[in-house]
Design a protein around this ligand. Structure first.
Ligand SMILES: *Cc1c(COP(=O)(O)O)cnc(C)c1O
Length: 393
């Protein structure tokens, strides 16, 4: 007798677990493994946010259940953030919902919007949670192809006319994980037009909205006129404020979708701990100097690794955002072969591109979540490998 459900058994194996297992083995052998695999910031949350959490934790009133949708202070701070950053008006009562991290929200959104058999377009390559969330809700995910040749802007034609007509929902993510691609506003204009033409919901995951470099500013999909008719946008404090473990994010936009998700969630959770919501509100109302400081650090790391890769003959575009470098695997290797080689022969963990979808094959993702010294070490170790000749002729 097996107690695990078919649903759970059908989930794809968690790719990182095999790398993490090998990492443990290598470390037990005394290897100094450098982990550039998992996209979690290494820097601390800003101290004013930590201070606010500590202060709010002292009040008994904050130890009670939050309202299901998140406290007014948090939802108003999200609305304030959208007004000041994007000049987008949001009703904090009906168009903002607090989440226990955006991953939770994205996974539950599928159950709130998708019926069994519904088609959902997911970016390929893209964040793997999208596909598994659709699968868990009984939906069918269909790849929305992205390609280096046009800057990873959606290739709607290649998705197929049938699929475009059938799809109930389309997911996008810019600045993007894993590609680090950033887009101009017209990409969102086109996306909303496509969503309207094919009568689907557009879901934009803006997890890296504030992590940008070189004067690039990421647009919001809600800046498109009437976007709220058919779009929602997810946001998170995790990456921009180094608050991954705090589990606080939000979704904004279409009131019907927000209500459906809030109704579903009210049967599953009771929102996040109030002091965390209030500290996150303080972060969203801050002057973002902490975010700018983090961005300077990520950008310096990115420049360093990019030039190291160039010396090694490894091609990668210089991104304008995210905490990733998306690089081409040298000729002669599959993504998996190259990632294996880096781990076994250099003690460096990267994520093979195919983990993000079939169109990620031929690439690998590096998370810029270690110091510049460690990145120097990565390049030094890679220089000792004979990577110009692949394992296959
Ligand atoms: C990290 C990440 C998330 C999840 O963020 P949480 O708010 O911590 O759940 C969502 N989307 C993308 C693309 C991410 O990289």
């Amino acid at each position: 007798m097996s107690f695990a459900s078919v649903k759970v058994k059908n989930l794809p194996p968690y790719l990182f677990s095999s790398f993490q297992q090998k990492k443990k083995e290598l470390e037990a052998d005394g290897v100094d493994v450098i982990d550039l695999g998992i996209g979690a910031p290494d820097l601390p949350a800003p101290s004013f946010v930590v201070d606010r959490l500590a202060e709010e934790a002292k009040y008994a009133a904050n130890h009670r259940y939050s309202t299901y949708s998140g406290c007014a202070e948090f939802r108003e701070a999200v609305a304030h953030f959208y007004k000041s950053e994007y000049d987008v008006d949001l009703n904090p009562e009906t168009e903002v919902l607090a989440l226990i991290g955006s991953k939770e929200g994205i996974a539950n959104l599928m159950h709130a919007v998708i019926d069994p058999g519904d088609t959902v377009l997911v970016p390929d390559p893209g964040y793997p949670v999208y596909r598994t969330a659709v699968q868990l809700a009984g939906g069918v995910s269909s790849p929305l192809p992205l390609d280096h040749s046009n800057g990873y802007v959606p290739l709607y034609e290649q998705a197929g006319q049938d699929v475009m007509n059938r799809a109930k929902m389309m997911l996008l993510n810019y600045p993007g994980n894993p590609t680090a691609a950033t887009v101009k506003f017209d990409t969102f204009l086109e996306a909303i037009a496509k969503a309207a033409k094919h009568d689907m919901l557009l879901v934009h995951d803006a997890a890296y909205d504030m992590i940008t470099f070189n004067d690039y500013e990421a647009p919001s999909v809600l800046q498109v006129p009437n976007a709220k008719d058919r779009a929602v946008e997810f946001g998170s404090l995790s990456k921009s404020f180094n608050m991954t473990g705090w589990r606080i994010g939000y979704v904004v936009g279409n009131a019907e979708v927000i209500k459906a998700l809030a109704t579903l969630k009210s049967n599953m959770d009771t929102s996040q701990f109030l002091p965390i919501q209030k500290a996150a509100a303080a972060a969203l109302r801050s002057n973002f100097s902490a975010v700018e400081e983090h961005n300077r650090i990520y950008r310096a790391r990115m420049e360093k690794l990019h030039s190291g890769f160039r010396e090694l003959g490894i091609r990668a575009d210089k991104p304008n955002g995210t905490i990733f470098l998306w690089a081409q695997v040298p000729d002669g290797y599959s993504s998996m072969e190259f990632a294996d080689k880096l781990l076994n022969e250099a003690g460096v963990i990267v994520t093979p591109g195919h983990a993000f979808g079939s169109r990620g094959e031929g690439y690998f993702r590096v998370a810029l979540t270690v110091s510049e010294d460690r990145l120097d070490e990565v390049v030094a170790r890679m220089k000792k490998l004979d990577i110009k000749e692949g394992s296959r002729p």
